[in-house]
Design a binder for this molecule. Structure first.
Ligand SMILES: *Cc1c(COP(=O)(O)O)cnc(C)c1O
Length: 360
């Protein structure tokens, strides 16, 4: 009766162990919807990964979260340090970290004034300094790092844990950029040789480790860890109702009708789960979507392809998804699934809220 994420546990755990083994010093990332699993579940999994360190050669001592508000979901499920990826600002939840938690938190600081402000409020705060990368999201330029180094030196602050860089996806190679940024760390005189980096391939990591042997490079990984083996993951919805539909017969919230006959399928999964709020995964372009609709011959009624697939074929929404259910149109001739049958759903895991996550 629900939108379910089903996980082949053996396969998934093997992938996690393999990913961790291949990336010593890994910092797992859990944020947002917890990559479909939920942050709490991933935090527990990090604790489990640590118990496997004899096999992987690396324990998990830091878990990265997206925001300060997410700390509460991880804090009593994972016992190590908690890095917050959203840069610290003298605002909101960043100022409300409880006394008991605050010594486990590693802040991300991305402006010189915030180095001053944070350490004035909390002289023993631990933090990473974020460097501005070609992403240009958050971070400090070389000049700002020089200034930050001076502040740390003047105040004899010891809370610097490392530097942090967030790299774009899909670039040919990150090595040149990371080398430049690491050289900046050296030349600014910052008293650290630890760097937290996202989106490096194993090859890039190996290259950087050999050209900067005095640095400790800590790869920060979310997607490739939790979702890296898609064959271990499947998403299903349940068929809740099936109605034969005559050509021209009215249905739905808006009393629309179809130019051909078939079946109306009511399946679990709607806007509350994130269904239908974006193009089906793996097919993002508007043009390809338009082409699909046109091929189906249903473009006159403005039907859109749904992420629900029956017998391997993605079917059209009969009308826009409802809050917890969707209405699909199945043209006559296709096999009609029965009530209670599970059908496949192709979703983006980071944008979907599942009713259940079943890990075997
Ligand atoms: C989300 C995030 C990551 C992890 O990204 P993935 O693509 O899921 O591996 C790493 N670093 C920062 C700063 C992030 O915001």
């Amino acid at each position: 009766m629900s939108l379910r994420l089903c996980v082949d546990g053996d396969r998934w755990r093997q992938h996690l162990l393999h990913t961790v083994s291949a990336r010593p010093g890994i910092v797992p990332v859990a944020k947002g919807n917890g990559y479909g699993f939920g942050i709490g579940s991933l935090a527990r999994r990090c604790e489990w990964l640590t118990t496997q360190s004899e096999q992987t050669g690396t324990g998990i001592d830091v878990l990265a979260l997206g925001t300060y508000l997410e700390l509460a979901q991880a804090a009593d499920r994972f016992s190590g340090d908690l890095q917050v990826l959203t840069p610290w600002r003298p605002l909101g939840a960043a100022l409300d970290v409880s006394e008991t938690l605050s010594n486990r938190v590693i802040h991300t600081v991305s402006r010189t004034e915030d180095v001053r402000d944070l350490t004035e409020r909390k002289p023993d705060a631990r933090f990473v300094l974020e460097q501005l990368t070609s992403m240009r999201r958050h971070g400090m330029t070389r000049r700002e790092l020089v200034e930050a180094a001076r502040v740390l030196d003047d105040r004899r602050l010891a809370g610097l844990v490392g530097v942090s860089m967030h790299l774009p996806l899909n670039t040919a190679s990150h090595v040149g950029e990371v080398e430049r940024l690491l050289n900046d760390v050296v030349s600014t005189g910052l008293p650290t040789r630890t760097v937290f980096v996202s989106h490096l391939t194993i090859g890039e990591l190996t290259r950087l480790r050999s050209s900067f042997p005095d640095f400790v490079i800590r790869p920060r990984v979310g997607t490739d860890l939790w979702l890296g083996d898609r064959t271990a993951l499947s998403v299903t919805a349940t068929v809740l109702d099936v109605h034969p539909l005559e050509r021209g017969e009215a249905f739905g919230y808006r009393g629309r009708s179809m130019p051909k006959s078939g079946h109306l399928l009511i399946v679990s999964g709607g806007t509350a789960h994130g269904i239908g709020l974006e193009a089906p995964s793996g097919d993002q372009s508007l043009r390809s979507r338009a082409a699909t609709i046109a091929r189906s011959g249903m473009d006159v009624v403005g039907l859109v392809r749904s992420p629900f697939a029956i017998d391997g074929k993605q079917r059209l929404f009969a009308e826009p998804p409802h809050m917890q259910a969707s209405m699909l149109f199945l043209p006559s001739g296709a096999r009609v699934p029965g009530v209670g049958e599970d059908i496949e759903v192709r979703v983006r895991f980071t944008a979907t809220t599942f009713d259940r996550v079943d890990i075997s």
